[in-house]
Design a protein around this ligand. Structure first.
Ligand code: AMP
Ligand code: ZN
Length: 132
């Protein structure tokens, strides 16, 4: 056992409902699903969050594959892909993971942000761009 529950699933020391696995990535069912088929896509290498994911292009390929499979399996009305970074953003397990969450008819989606009108776009875009 390690201090990371996802590393424990990856190394087989605790069970997980694995749906997909490659050399780099694993996908298993979320233990507390939002909906039927809620799956987590997880790099095998332990990195805490998105800031450790440079070079992990395989994650997008796995997300597409798992989303396609969930679509085929359960024919949901839609699928959300979500990924939380930091406690303030709702992250509870500090091993990078993406949620693939099917949405079915009648599901109440509870994603609510207070949106505003973008006013200082060029200044904000410039601030981000200088680090890219
Ligand atoms: P997050 O809030 O984005 O960090 O999401 C962590 C997710 O991990 C939650 O949806 C939990 O239900 C899920 N989770 C925690 N422990 C396990 C486990 N042993 N197996 C599968 N999913 C888990
Ligand atoms: Zn880990």
């Amino acid at each position: 056992m390690t201090e990371c529950v996802f590393c424990d699933i990856i190394d087989g020391s605790i069970p997980g409902n694995v749906v997909y696995e490659t050399e780099d990535v694993v996908a298993f069912l979320d233990a507390n699903p939002v909906s039927r088929g809620h799956t987590l896509v997880v790099p095998k290498k332990h990195v805490e969050d998105i800031h450790g994911a440079s070079g992990m292009e395989f994650l997008m390929d796995a997300l597409v594959k798992v989303s396609d499979a969930v679509e085929e399996a359960f024919d949901p009305e839609g699928i959300n892909i979500a990924q939380n970074n930091g406690e303030a953003a709702g992250q509870e397990v500090f091993h990078l993971h993406f949620h693939v969450t099917p949405i079915y008819e009648g599901d109440e989606l509870e994603i609510s942000y207070n949106r505003s009108e973008l006013e200082d776009g060029s200044e904000i875009a410039e601030e981000i761009s200088k680090y890219l």
